[in-house]
Design a protein around this ligand. Structure first.
Ligand SMILES: Cc1cc2nc3c(=O)[nH]c(=O)nc-3n(C[C@H](O)[C@H](O)[C@H](O)COP(=O)(O)OP(=O)(O)OC[C@H]3O[C@@H](n4cnc5c(N)ncnc54)[C@H](O)[C@@H]3O)c2cc1C
Length: 403
């Protein structure tokens, strides 16, 4: 067998998977139809848990060296009031939003440095099987070329939402929800953010802004998917109308200069069983959700670590393949399900329920509780823990006027 693992897709999920496997001495081939650096549709905010993964992997200094500004404050504006808090922890205090041209190149290079063979501009057309299990890939170089086959003990699909790996195997898809939101974004110069992530929740509209590389600020605006057809012929007009629902922010955008074209999309929400005989899935290929909570990159990083641990356990004989990989699935689902439900609720852009409004108004001005809320929005604290009755009681108690 030429390789232990072939990874299809070399962005947030694929390159870390290849890097971590190669660092453990496995023979890894990672292929991608893209060449790097290259962009992809994403607003690329990485909350502190994702930043912590980059630090664990020894890659954070490289990201910081690109000049990407840190984000230490989250402003969550609900109209009548805004909650302002710190999103991180002592060990990982800030978020970053590096351009995907920057982030993905850094990850691909790290995979290559670790010893993975990286093949860019290579399209996987189908999986090879021996009837029972996946044994490799068949693909071709972009722009033509003879079909090429490669074999491995396991093929990992890190090939995103429209995964060819997921599409080639029989798998279960569960917790499915339709497209809920469509979002469009572009970049602005002359819109300083001073280390802030800002989001504005308005009836049927959501906006957010954060700083990225090259002194640019990304501003995204979204509306319900039900309005997709009606609004698609005038993205710019509808984007600016959405921004106008937050007048002070709109005045800042008005004084800035748009630097790039609009990009955007709507995505379906689903979990897929992330493994089977000879194959596994990481990142969006295995679990996709609306981007309103910006969890995709840190989820991809977490999948890479969990999946590599499971594969290593199986290859080294510590656990049978099915046991190790079902552990990967259980850990992934257990960690993300509360945030998935919260994300899908938020993505409807329906007004927050009265008990939530009451809770958020009650913690307004209570810094420890606002920090907790910021941390929940950053994926540091699970919504299940944040909304637990005892946690709410605790926040309310700390909100009592001090004697
Ligand atoms: C509008 C939008 C905004 C978002 N904003 C954020 C955000 O702010 N923060 C956040 O954390 N997440 C965000 N996300 C989600 C995030 O972008 C994804 O979760 C993340 O990119 C998933 O990484 P991945 O490696 O699984 O897949 P991808 O980034 O999609 O990479 C898949 C790779 O596989 C390759 N590939 C696919 N098929 C083949 C094939 N047949 N052969 C060879 N290569 C193939 C592709 O070329 C691609 O490079 C956003 C998503 C969208 C759509």
């Amino acid at each position: 067998m030429a390789y232990d693992v072939i990874v299809v897709g070399a962005r947030c999920a694929g390159s870390p998977t290849a890097m971590l496997l190669a660092r453990q001495g496995y023979r890894v081939l990672v292929v991608d139809r893209s060449t790097f650096p290259s962009d992809t549709v994403s607003t690329h905010l990485i909350h502190p848990p994702g930043v912590a993964a980059l630090r664990r992997w020894g890659l954070l200094d490289r990201l910081v060296a690109t000049g990407c500004p840190p984000i230490d404050t989250y402003v969550l504006d609900f109209g009548p009031f805004a909650l302002v808090g710190a999103p991180g922890t002592e060990e990982s205090p800030v978020a970053y939003a590096p351009r995907r041209t920057v982030l993905d190149k850094l990850l691909v290079d790290a995979a290559a440095e670790a010893g993975a063979e990286v093949r860019e501009g290579f399209v996987v057309d189908e999986l090879l099987t021996d009837g029972d299990r996946v044994t490799g890939i068949r693909g071709h170089a972009l722009g033509g070329g003879e079909p090429v086959t490669e074999h491995a003990r396991v093929v990992v699909g890190a090939d995103g939402l429209r995964s060819v790996v997921a599409g080639s195997v029989r798998l279960d898809q569960y917790h499915e929800k339709p497209k809920l939101l469509c979002g469009y974004y572009t970049y602005w110069s002359g819109l300083p953010m001073d280390g802030r992530f800002e989001t504005y929740v308005r009836p049927d509209r959501g906006l957010a802004a954060w700083p990225t590389n090259d002194d640019l600020t990304l501003v995204v605006a979204g509306w319900p998917y039900a309005e997709f057809e009606a609004n698609k012929t005038d993205i710019e007009g509808n984007y600016l109308k959405a921004i106008a629902t937050a007048p002070e922010f709109a005045a800042r955008v008005d004084a800035a200069t748009r630097a790039e074209r609009f990009a955007g999309m709507a995505v379906p929400n689903f979990f897929r069983k992330p493994y089977g005989p000879g194959w596994a899935l990481v990142g969006d290929a295995g679990y996709n959700k609306d981007f309103i909570t910006a969890m995709g990159i840190q989820d991809a990083f977490r999948d890479a670590e969990l999946c590599v641990t499971a594969l290593d356990d199986s290859f080294s004989g510590r656990r049978p393949y099915d046991v190790a990989m079902s552990g990967y699935q259980a850990a992934r689902d257990g960690q993300v399900l509360p945030m998935y439900e919260f994300t899908c609720e938020l993505a409807t852009l329906e007004p927050p329920p009265p008990d939530l409004v009451q809770l958020l108004s009650a913690i307004n001005g209570n810094q420890p509780a606002m920090d907790e809320f910021a941390r929940m929005n950053a994926g540091v604290l699970s919504p299940a823990d944040f909304f637990a009755p005892e946690h709410i009681d605790q926040m309310m108690t700390t909100n009592l006027p001090r004697a």
